[in-house]
Design a protein around this ligand. Structure first.
Ligand code: ZN
Length: 42
């Protein structure tokens, strides 16, 4: 299982934006928004 983490604050509280910016992630903790997230094998 892959866990996705915010590159700014290491939070796993990410949501995938499926709207206009398809394929980008938003962090609910620090507000980071972008396509790059850290993917970690569990
Ligand atoms: Zn964050």
């Amino acid at each position: 299982m892959i866990r996705k983490k915010c590159p700014e604050c290491d939070s796993t509280n990410l949501v995938l934006d499926t709207g206009a910016h398809r394929g980008k992630y938003k962090c609910n903790d620090c507000g980071y928004f972008g396509a790059f997230v850290i993917e970690e094998d569990e």
